[in-house]
Design a protein around this ligand. Structure first.
Ligand SMILES: Cc1ncc(COP(=O)(O)O)c(C=O)c1O
Length: 363
């Protein structure tokens, strides 16, 4: 008898636990409306802000628009340079470019895999307006050092927290540190919905107010467009789903941390380089470095164990984005493997993954 397949990650397993509550929440919106913005979106914005300890939260259509709107809200746009990593999702750079700005890629640190503050500092020019730090795989970027670089040069600091809902850095909760922070609620995220969704958080009332305008055509209370905005609003149906899932986020993140600790204990004797524990990470991914990546993945695949690669190629090597020399990003892109880490992984499945990895013929 063949063994059950263990997926790299499957959001349906997560939603299944909440089916009845999600259905009730969706029906409530269907029964009463409104279908654009309204009280359900406002309640989620307040609840997510409270969860993070953020002053303001603005629900938007996705995590890419969140970056665009955060930058626009901070007054960053045409011809401004924005420093960011290339070891990230496409949305980071697309979001910057949709604001009219130019992404300037800096390298990441080998250990944290997040923006290397020294590399970021090297990229600052007279045209630099902001640094976007990405909390990659759920681990906080080195915000203290990035803030130092940003304040020395009077730059805005934005957190791309699309992968790090609930993570904690030494400076405080992710999402409360930068001038603004952006979230994605893409279904696979630690807090994900049944489609696209996103949010911007900020401590600045003026920035929040501007983003609220910009997410709806740039119009004011009189519905007069006072600047050219986007149409990028968090859908009330998705907000309803997020309100169901938010209360179990801390528990789910604790389970991810527990699995990460188990991986460390189980894989200590292998040559795999594991992500650090104790960084405040919420382990959106558990990404290990392997010299013989393809062969390790094939070994797991043959046992029905799925893996992914986040990310197999840096954005600096894609035609849509500016090129750059980023040796550490390239090194990681050739070696990273994301092992299954979603909270729903059953203990016997975890044991199967760990045993299979230990049995690999390590060189
Ligand atoms: C780090 C990062 N930034 C930005 C995004 C873009 O978010 P979305 O897919 O919701 O537009 C994502 C999600 O894919 C992400 O992981």
């Amino acid at each position: 008898m063949s063994e059950t397949r263990i997926p790299a990650g499957d959001p349906a397993l997560h939603f299944a636990e909440h089916t009845a509550a999600i259905q009730a929440a969706l029906h409530a919106v269907l029964a009463s409306g409104p279908f654009i913005l309204g009280p359900v979106v406002e309640s989620f914005e307040q609840e997510f802000a409270d969860f993070l300890g953020a002053r303001h939260c603005v629900g938007v259509a996705n995590g890419t628009d969140a970056i665009t709107l955060a930058l626009m809200g901070l007054g960053i746009g045409a011809a401004d340079e924005v420093i960011c990593p290339a070891m990230t999702a496409h949305g980071t750079a697309v979001g910057i470019m949709r604001a009219g700005a130019i992404p300037v890629f800096a390298d990441v640190d080998r250990r944290t895999r997040c923006l290397d503050p020294a590399s970021a500092a090297d990229r600052v020019t007279a045209r630099t307006a902001a640094i976007v730090g990405v909390h990659l795989h759920g681990a906080p970027a080195p915000m203290e050092e990035l803030r130092r670089v940003a304040s020395r040069r009077h730059l805005a600091l934005v957190e791309d927290a699309a992968q790090a809902h609930g993570a904690r850095s030494p400076l405080g909760n992710v999402g409360t540190i930068g001038d603004a922070a952006t979230f994605s609620f893409y279904p696979t995220k630690n807090l994900g919905c049944l489609g696209d969704g996103g949010a911007v958080t900020t401590a600045r009332a003026d920035v929040a107010e501007k983003i609220r305008r910009l997410r709806a055509y740039g119009w004011n209370a009189a519905r007069v467009s006072v600047e050219a905005g986007l149409n990028s609003r968090l859908d009330p149906l998705q907000a309803a789903v997020l309100r169901v899932l938010l209360p179990s986020l801390d528990r789910d993140n604790a389970r991810r941390r527990h699995l990460a600790t188990r991986y460390h204990a189980a894989l200590a004797e292998t040559p795999l380089i594991l992500p650090d524990l104790g960084t405040g990470s919420v382990f959106h991914q558990f990404a290990v470095l392997a010299e013989d990546r393809d062969s390790v993945r094939a070994w797991l695949r043959a046992a029905g164990i799925g893996t992914e690669v986040h990310y197999p190629v840096g954005l600096h090597r894609m035609p849509a984005f500016p090129a750059a020399e980023l040796p550490v990003t390239d090194h990681l892109a050739e070696r990273l493997i994301s092992l299954p880490i979603q909270p729903e992984i059953a203990e016997p499945h975890f044991e199967r993954i760990a045993a299979r990895l230990r049995e690999y013929a390590w060189a």
